[in-house]
Ligand binder design. Structure first.
Ligand SMILES: [Zn+2]
Length: 295
C-alpha cells in the first residue's frame, strides 16, 4: 500500500445524504474529496440509506452505511439538542417498518461498508411514553440488523445514547450502554463495528473495546474538557474519527452547519489532549477505519 499518508482522512460517519445538504450536496462532496477526506454517508431510514448508496456509486472515496436509526422506528417529533444546547433542531420521524429484503438489497452493494446507523436511543424518551414497548421495539429491530450484518459479512455502525438524568434512568430502568453490551455479547457481529458518537466513560468504552469494537469520536469532544479523560485513556488504535454532520459541529466552527472537512478539528483535539502530532492521530485512525471498513 502507498503511504496511508497525512493527507487522507476518513469521516466515518456523515450525513451528506440528509436534507441539510439538499441544495449543495454535490458541491460539498467534491470539495471534501478534493481536500483529501473520504466519507462514509450513513442512512437513518430507507430513503436516506438509498441516497447514501446512490452517492457512493457516483463518487470514488464515498461509501455508504444502511440502516434505521432507533428514533425512526416510532412516529414522533422531537427537538434535537446538542450537548451544549446551543443548537436546537426539530426532527420529525415517520415510524418506519423494517423491510428486510429492501435493506438486504442495499446492503449487498460493494460501496456499502457497514450496516447502520442502528442501535438504541433512550435519550429522547418522554415521560408519557410506554418505555418498555419502545425499548423492546428498538432491541427487536437492532437484532434484525445484526443478522443482516452477519449475512452480508459487514461491520455495524452503532448509535447508542442513554438517558439524560438519574430521574429518567429510574423511569427507563436500564441504560442504553448496558443493554447494548448485553445484546452484542449474546449476539456477536462477526465483523464487529463502531460505537459511533461515543458519549460514555472510559470504563464503558473499555468493555466495548474488549468485545472488539472501535470508538467513534466527533465534535462533542471539542466542547470543553468533559471528554479529555476519555481521550487520554482510549488507545488511538481503538478510535475512528467522524463528524456526524450536519450535527455536532466541532469548535471552532460551532454554530455553522457541520461538514466532513471539519473532522480535522476532532483530530486536532485528540492530538492536543494526548500530546501527540495531528499526523499521528490521522494516520492511525485512518488505518483503523480502512481495516474495519475495508476501504
Ligand atoms: Zn448519525
Amino acid at each position: 500500500m502507498l503511504h496511508v499518508s497525512c493527507f487522507m482522512i476518513i469521516d466515518t460517519h456523515a450525513h451528506l445524504n440528509f436534507s441539510a445538504y439538499k441544495n449543495d450536496a454535490d458541491e460539498v462532496i467534491k470539495k471534501t474529496l478534493a481536500g483529501g477526506v473520504f466519507v462514509i454517508n450513513v442512512g437513518s431510514q430507507y430513503s436516506t440509506s438509498a441516497r447514501a448508496v446512490e452517492y457512493a456509486k457516483k463518487y470514488d472515496g464515498l461509501y455508504a452505511a444502511v440502516g434505521i436509526h432507533p428514533l425512526h422506528l416510532q412516529a414522533q417529533k422531537f427537538s434535537y439538542h446538542d450537548p451544549d444546547e446551543i443548537e436546537e433542531v426539530e426532527i420529525e420521524t415517520a415510524g418506519e417498518v423494517f423491510q428486510k429484503e429492501k435493506y438486504l438489497e442495499l446492503a449487498k452493494n460493494s460501496k456499502v461498508v457497514a450496516i447502520g446507523e442502528v442501535g438504541l436511543d433512550y435519550h429522547h424518551f418522554e415521560f408519557e411514553d410506554n418505555i418498555e414497548d419502545l425499548k423492546n421495539k428498538q432491541k427487536e429491530i437492532f437484532l434484525e440488523f445484526i443478522k443482516l450484518a452477519n449475512v452480508v459479512e459487514k461491520p455495524i455502525m452503532i448509535h447508542c445514547w442513554g438517558v439524560k438524568s438519574r430521574q429518567e434512568l429510574d423511569h427507563a430502568r436500564t441504560d442504553a450502554y448496558d443493554d447494548l453490551y448485553e445484546i452484542l455479547e449474546k449476539n456477536p457481529v462477526e465483523k464487529k463495528g463502531v460505537i459511533h458518537s461515543f458519549v460514555g466513560s472510559f470504563k464503558t468504552a473499555k468493555k466495548f473495546i474488549e468485545l472488539g469494537y472501535l470508538i467513534g469520536l466527533n465534535g462533542i469532544v471539542t466542547y470543553g474538557i468533559s471528554y479529555d479523560k476519555l481521550i487520554r485513556e482510549v488507545d488511538l488504535k481503538d478510535i475512528v474519527l467522524e463528524t456526524d454532520c450536519p450535527y455536532l459541529t466541532p469548535v471552532p466552527k460551532k454554530g455553522e452547519r457541520n461538514e466532513p472537512m471539519y473532522v480535522k478539528y476532532v483530530a486536532e483535539k485528540i492530538a492536543e489532549v494526548k500530546g501527540i502530532s495531528v499526523e499521528e492521530v490521522e494516520k492511525i485512525t485512518t488505518k483503523n477505519a480502512q481495516e474495519l471498513f475495508r476501504i
